[in-house]
Design a binder for this molecule. Structure first.
Ligand code: HQG
Length: 184
């Protein structure tokens, strides 16, 4: 992509391979979404410009959204969330904060209040604990609208919530009765 720094380009390649198309680099995600670093580096070299271990480590450490992580040994890597390929991230259900936020764009709100929030291509609906993140996410697609989610009521009603390693809250869907537009 023109104008992107090498680390953004690599971050995008990693997101693509580790979340959406591991097979394109000959990779298979193990439970938890893990792949061996060695296999990833080989797969990257086979599917585009080669990448060194140091470059990989720099992108993982430099990702402001902590999109990727190494395991404790440093020999395996995964995307923390956002997958479209089937993978069990082995997250445990957790009690969410009472209120969570979802940033979307104005053109989607009518459908969202009809059908609820749906996970679309991803494994889960992504929710954030803060409004600013929600606003940034919503602004990617149009005029941002921030929705509040009554996570406490959903939790009481038996909906499961998971927290990914980078602080994003995940759930299967949010029915319309738990949603409201944040004024302003
Ligand atoms: C919308 C990025 C109509 C939903 C971001 C969203 C985030 C509906 C879009 C992370 C709908 C799906 C996730 C319904 C949901 N009718 N529209 N019933 N239900 N939608 O990208 O939450 O850079 O799959 O509001 O920063 O926008 O990938 O989800 O607009 O953290 O690390 O359908 O992706 O992070 O879009 O973004 P997405 P999202 P990364």
């Amino acid at each position: 992509m023109s104008g992107s720094t090498p680390s953004i380009t690599l971050s995008r390649r990693l997101s693509y391979l580790l979340r959406h198309a591991p097979h394109e680099a000959g990779l298979t995600l193990a439970p938890g979404g893990w792949v061996a670093v060695e296999d990833l580096l080989r797969g990257l070299a086979q599917s585009g410009p080669p990448v060194s271990r140091e470059q990989l480590a720099a992108v993982v450490a430099g990702s402001e959204k902590q999109r990727f992580s190494f395991d404790a040994s440093g020999e395996r890597i995964r995307a923390n969330q956002g997958h479209s390929v089937p993978v069990d991230l082995e997250l445990l259900p957790q009690t969410p904060p009472d209120v969570l936020y979802h940033g979307t764009a104005a053109q989607f709100t009518a459908a969202i209040f009809r059908e609820g929030l749906q996970r679309r291509q991803r494994h889960h609906v992504h929710l954030s604990p803060d409004k600013d993140t929600a606003r940034t996410v919503g602004a990617r697609r149009g005029r941002p609208v921030i929705l509040t989610i009554d996570a406490a009521a959903m939790h009481t009603a038996g909906h499961l919530f998971y927290r990914s390693e980078n602080g994003v809250w995940l759930t299967d869907s949010v029915p319309p009765e738990y949603l409201a537009v944040l004024p302003g």
